[in-house]
Design a protein. Structure first.
Length: 283
């Protein structure tokens, strides 16, 4: 979590997560200490395991973030999830690998940069009325844009960095986005995330909100296919975000293993599950 300075509008999620984890960890004989990831290495002295949480500015400083995780690992501190997972997961091109493994995916145009003409080309290629442009290294919907045939960007507009263009899925607004939280490879709980009035983004920064969600067996099986396709053995935690395609099948939007908010309000056993997982990692 960024240290000094103004708190983000969604920092309450960090507070909710810590409030859920701290007593569960204490019950399991673990102490939870909050440390800014930029803190000097000496401040991590005596810590057995670093649990990556709400490090919500990593996407703007990925090389520096990875360097710190590697330094912690070199000191013999267990990092969850490990630097190699973060390196793979930090760039959304990992979605290509999941798609090749047979995971249902959203059609995507991958670009080193994008301008007005690229948006127009994507709209035609996807036969879509609207597209979304996202950063390849990004999080929280920050720096994201949505355009339509009758609402193209200005002629001088540039994304200014590697990006991805996807057709907008109406189901995100009509139905919501689904989250499946896995701890040590085992399903923990589901969340239905809805966009606020007048927006399509489901993050609380933009008025989004969450509801309880008990997935149908077929939807859970699709999320489990994502977990099975990961090139790592059971990360401590993984948050699989999915949306429904026009075909009715869920498609992966994110397989988040770096900094996710794990929705403790929808998963009352999250603290106990994570504490048990940490004990297994340290055993």
């Amino acid at each position: 979590m960024p240290g000094d300075g103004p708190r983000r509008g969604d920092a309450f999620e960090h507070d909710l997560e810590v409030a859920a984890l701290r007593p569960a960890f204490a019950k399991s004989g673990l102490e939870l200490v909050e440390i800014d990831w930029r803190a000097p290495l000496d401040e991590f002295e005596g810590i057995a395991l670093v649990l990556l949480g709400t490090a919500w500015d990593y996407q703007d400083h990925l090389a520096e973030f990875l360097e710190k995780l590697e330094a912690l690992t070199a000191r013999g501190i267990r990092v969850c999830n490990p630097p190699e997972v973060v390196r793979w997961n930090g760039d959304k091109r990992y979605l290509k690998q999941l798609a090749k493994a047979g995971v249902p995916a959203i059609p995507t145009l991958w670009l080193d940069d994008a301008g007005r003409s690229d948006v127009a080309i994507a709209l035609d290629a996807f036969e879509a009325t609207r597209v979304v442009v996202k950063r390849q290294v990004g999080a929280g919907g920050l720096g994201q844009h949505s355009f339509a045939h009758d609402a193209l960007p200005e002629s001088t507009w540039r994304m200014g960095q590697p990006c991805m263009i996807q057709p907008f899925l109406p189901s995100v607004v009509e139905e919501g986005e689904y989250t499946f939280v896995f701890i040590d490879g085992t399903f923990s709980h589901g969340v239905l995330k809805r966009a606020g009035e007048g927006d399509y983004r489901i993050q609380s920064l933009y008025g989004g909100y969450e509801c309880d969600y008990a997935p149908a067996p077929s939807d859970l099986a699709t999320a489990e296919r994502v977990i099975a396709a990961l090139p790592f053995d059971d990360p401590l935690y993984a948050r699989i975000d999915m949306a429904r395609l026009p075909s009715g099948e869920l498609a992966v939007m994110e397989a988040e293993m770096i900094e996710p908010y794990l929705y403790p309000q929808q998963g009352p056993e999250l603290g106990d599950r994570l504490a048990a997982g940490i004990r297994r990692k340290l055993a």
